[in-house]
Write a protein of this length. Structure first.
Length: 136
């Protein structure tokens, strides 16, 4: 038989679960969307490598080259190949993950190298809404 303390803990946990389940979800955007073909993410892409002071090496130890088709993201291992599609014009590019970023406080999903970003969006735009899919 459960004691009073255990009953109280169970009651509080149950109450917290009910409260969390009743909270409105309107306005909360999920970053990962499941589709029949697999998983993809939708978010904001930015670019780097335009002359700002950068670390010479990427997070995986490579020398950074803004003319390579590479990207920085937190959610995939180094070496992962992603297809990044601009949702405004359907242009896409394949990139290899070799760095970490962007800063999560900026609410950006991925940082593309200058060359990769330029192939799907004008550099002057700075940001674009993208879909990313893991290829390998």
């Amino acid at each position: 038989m459960m004691n009073t303390h255990s009953n109280m803990k169970l009651f509080v946990l149950t109450l917290l679960c009910l409260i969390l389940l009743s909270l409105p979800t309107e306005g909360i955007e999920a970053k990962t969307v499941k589709q029949r073909q697999g998983n993809f993410q939708i978010g904001i892409a930015s670019w780097y490598g335009g002359g700002e002071k950068l670390n010479v090496c990427t997070a995986n130890g490579e020398i950074f080259d803004p003319n390579d088709y590479t990207a920085a993201i937190w959610d995939y291992p180094f070496g992962t190949i992603l297809e990044v599609t601009n949702l405004n014009n359907d242009l896409s590019v394949k990139v290899r993950i070799n760095d970490r970023g962007p800063n999560r406080r900026l609410n950006r999903l991925i940082d593309l190298s200058r060359a990769a970003f330029k192939s799907i969006c004008p550099l002057s735009q700075g940001l674009c809404k993208v879909k990313i899919e893991r290829l390998k």
